[in-house]
Design a protein around this ligand. Structure first.
Ligand code: SAM
Length: 218
């Protein structure tokens, strides 16, 4: 079966799994996932599987990428901050939907490879940099959308501070090394509203111990 046929099969699978947004499915269709995995895994690029990308890290399962992208509800007016560039795949999908994507990765080899892919795909609206994403974007800035693609025990306070009022942050919360809860945080006038979206399994966010988030209401 060709990669193109496998991609169509995957998109149908995602639709059956409940991904209803045609914009999200179209963004996934436009990003060649095979370019974001090591050559040995190209044949599996359109299986609904997490795949290794080196440095002990993984590219998330397409269904999780699709679900997180849909929950983030991004549009062309928005900037998105991503923590955990990894292969660059999630950032590339978001770049099709958002005005600009800022992404932080702590492993230089992964960052270099991701930047090469953004250049090859002419994704000029992605800015990626090396650093500890648990500290937020280094320059003072606020974002209407933040996505964390590694698991934290608690939402890092600097990220909550950089989330714009009315904004949405998605992140896997829980103990690392086991399953975590995918959580959607919406910043409201009265605090932060939390919605639990189900269990996921992510590699850990490695950084400063995150500060306890204040002022959250369930
Ligand atoms: N979004 C990625 C993609 O599309 O390939 C997958 C991300 S992978 C599941 C998690 C990534 O988070 C890893 O590349 C890891 O190095 C990175 N990471 C972990 N802790 C981090 C931190 N404090 N700051 C930045 N990146 C971090």
């Amino acid at each position: 079966m060709t990669l193109e046929a496998r991609k169509i099969r995957l998109l149908m699978q995602l639709r059956r799994a409940g991904i209803a947004s045609t914009e999200v499915l179209a963004a996934l269709e436009r990003v060649p996932r095979e370019l974001f995995v090591p050559h040995a895994f190209r044949d599996q690029a359109y299986e609904n599987l997490a795949l290794p990308i080196g440095q002990g890290q993984t590219l998330s399962q397409p269904e999780v990428v699709a679900q997180m992208t849909a929950e983030l509800a991004v549009d062309k007016t928005m900037t998105v901050l991503e923590i955990g560039t990894g292969s660059g795949y999630q950032a590339a999908v978001l770049a099709r939907l958002a005005r600009r994507v800022y992404s932080i990765e702590r492993h230089k080899p992964l960052l270099d490879e991701a930047e090469a892919r953004f250049a090859e795909l002419r994704l000029h609206n992605v800015t990626a940099r090396l650093g500890d994403g648990s500290r937020g974007w280094p320059e003072p800035r606020s974002f209407p959308r933040i996505i964390v693609t590694c698991a934290a025990a608690l939402p890092p306070e600097p990220l909550l501070q950089q989330l714009r009022p009315g904004g949405i942050m998605l992140l896997p919360v829980g103990e690392t090394g086991r399953s975590q809860e995918l959580v959607k945080l919406e910043k409201t006038d009265s605090g932060v509203r939390e919605t639990r979206l189900g269990m996921v399994r992510f590699v850990p966010l490695v950084g400063d111990p995150p500060a306890v988030a204040q002022g959250r209401s369930a």
